[in-house]
Ligand binder design. Structure first.
Ligand SMILES: NC(=O)c1ccc[n+]([C@@H]2O[C@H](COP(=O)([O-])OP(=O)(O)OC[C@H]3O[C@@H](n4cnc5c(N)ncnc54)[C@H](OP(=O)(O)O)[C@@H]3O)[C@@H](O)[C@H]2O)c1
Length: 277
């Protein structure tokens, strides 16, 4: 896939398009003449402000919602031509491995992992039929450098990494279907506003959870905005031979190299020091 031509613009579906990285990516692609389908649960405000994006309500945790989103797109594009899927929808829960409820863990995985898988399983038959397609999964550097007290989120992003790598191998016979992982570092978006911070009063991890929370709360507002991730996604979408992974944003050099070169015990110590736990 190359840059859009005015006659036949590539079409792309972006989940989690109502805010942050998804919205910045949607805008970036619309400005380059892509046909953009923006999907998420709350689309009213974003749709009023961005009438040049085609908005579709979507809850990635719901099979029927995913089915009707894809059907709507295939009905409205020329001959069911969807060229790319960008899985951005995601959020993070907070708390210790010992204390977070299984119900909350299930919701976390249902959005960040199963949600992306629902989308991938829905588009791949069309991509294979058309012999063409791109999938970008938005993971996180937190999937490689595991975040203490945000481990369920880290685990969900590590799972996306594993599925991306598996799909690269499984889709190998389809030379024009590509899948990549984009791994942002800290990016200044409303992400923290959607974290359910936990009450630490009765937790045996109380003070340390609070320290990590403070680091996370302070770091995001200082981080760059989401356009750098939109640019990275565009690079992955338009590369002739897209890479398996694209790290972007703060720590995008330090984390991958650190994980490669340092022994595990030292990497974990540096992460603990960073989060002051
Ligand atoms: N910000 C960072 O520092 C950072 C770093 C690494 C990775 N990331 C990843 O980047 C992605 C976007 O995060 P962001 O920073 O842009 O945060 P954000 O502004 O909170 O955006 C999250 C998006 O996900 C959508 N979403 C959540 N649950 C959904 C569901 N069940 N179905 C459909 N859409 C859903 C939200 O829309 P609705 O509420 O309208 O559904 C929203 O559009 C996430 O996957 C996140 O893990 C972010």
């Amino acid at each position: 896939m190359t840059k859009a031509s005015a006659i036949n613009p590539p079409s792309v579906l972006i989940t989690g398009a109502s805010s942050g990285i998804g919205l910045a990516t949607a805008r970036y692609l619309v400005d380059r003449n892509w046909q953009v389908f923006g999907a998420s649960r709350h689309i009213e405000e974003a749709s009023q402000e961005n009438p040049d994006i085609f908005w579709i309500p979507l809850d990635v945790r719901n099979d029927e919602s995913v089915r009707s989103c894809i059907n709507e797109i295939l009905r409205s594009t020329n001959g069911g031509k969807l060229d790319a899927l960008i899985n951005v929808a995601g959020y993070s829960i907070w708390g210790s491995v010992e204390e977070v409820s299984i119900e909350n863990i299930h919701r976390q995985m249902d959005t960040n992992v199963y949600g992306a898988l629902r989308m991938i399983q829905s588009v791949l038959p069309h991509f294979r039929k058309n012999g063409l397609g791109r999938i970008i999964n938005v993971g996180s550097l937190g999937g490689r450098a595991i975040i203490p007290f945000q481990s369920h989120y880290s685990a969900s992003k590590a799972a996306l990494d594993a599925f991306t790598q598996a799909l690269r191998m499984e889709l190998q016979p389809w030379k024009n279907i590509h899948i990549s992982l984009v791994e942002p570092g800290d990016i200044n978006t409303p992400f923290n506003e959607n974290i359910a911070w936990v009450d630490t009063d009765n937790s045996p991890y109380g003070d340390r959870i609070k320290s990590a929370e403070q680091v996370v709360r302070e770091s995001l507002p200082k981080a760059p905005g989401p356009v750098i991730i939109a640019k990275t996604i565009f690079k992955a979408l338009t590369a002739k031979s897209p890479r398996v992974r694209y790290a972007a944003g703060p720590d995008s050099l330090a984390v991958p190299w650190g994980k490669r070169l340092l022994p595990d015990w030292l990497a974990l110590k540096l992460i603990r020091d960073h989060f002051k736990v």
